[in-house]
Every structure is written in C-alpha cells, then in structure tokens.
Design a protein around this ligand. Sequence first.
Ligand code: ZN
Length: 164
Amino acid sequence: MSTVGDGKVVSIEYVLLDESGNELDRSPEGEPLVYLHGARGIVPGLEEALAGKSAGDRVEVRVPPEKGYGPKRKIKPQEVLRSRFPAEANVVKGARFVTEGPEGRPMPIWVTKVQGRTIYVSPEHPLAGVTLCFDVNVRDVRDATDEEIAHGHAHGPHGHAHHE
Ligand code: ZN
C-alpha cells in the first residue's frame, strides 16, 4: 500500500477548526483536496503529520502558527481602488488575489475590508497567528506523474487548475 511521502499525490478530506472549535474551513463534500506532497502545497505542520499515512487513515493534528501560516505581523492594510481589480472579480473580505511583488514576483494579497470603491488589502494570510486544528481523512495516495513533479503541484480532478 502506498504511503504519503515526497513525490506522492495525496487526496484528503479535512475540517479545519481554530483552538476554540470554530470551523474555519473544510473540503467541499465529495471534493477532496489534492496536493503534491513535499512541494509546499499545504502548510508544513499538516504535511509533516501526513507523512507515512495511507488511504483510510485519519489524522488529527494541532498546528502552531510557525508551522501554519506564520506569526501575525500586524501589517497595516493598504488602500486600493476597486477599479484596480478585474471588473468580474468577486472582491469581498477574505478573497485572495495575486499582485506583483517588489521584485516583480507574484505575491498573494487578501482583502481585509471593502468600503465602497476603496478596498483594503494585506499580504498577510488571514490565518496568520492562528493555531490550526485539522481533522483529516486520507482518501487516496498515488505516485505523482513526471509532469506533476516538474510543475510542483497535482493535476487532475480537484488538483491545480491552471491548465484551463
Ligand atoms: Zn501544472
């Protein structure tokens, strides 16, 4: 039986809670998250906890911010005009966009507040500083294809969707 490790494509169903038991996120019913293990597709603490597991295993793990989305850095959100976003984009609190970083590299930003035509954005992940409590069911573990290894992410149903 295949076990989770580098170079494997892993399908997981998960529920993510904060330390008080509030649900933060979950994989949609019947649509497991599919990721390439060892390619930093998921937070490091969860990736570590899943190593060596196989299909059918259940994993409960508490991930501190250092192994999750990092410590809270208290970055002051920046104001951006709505017109700078694509017209069809769903610009709501928590939405993620990609902008050009200081060295021309893609940089993710998150909407922290919407105030009329003014949008506040921050490069800090909304879950920075949060301890993440994952309850995970491993659904499938398979070898990655050469193409997936080259791209650094999983393909196929529920995998990375940049080939549309
Ligand atoms: Zn790809």
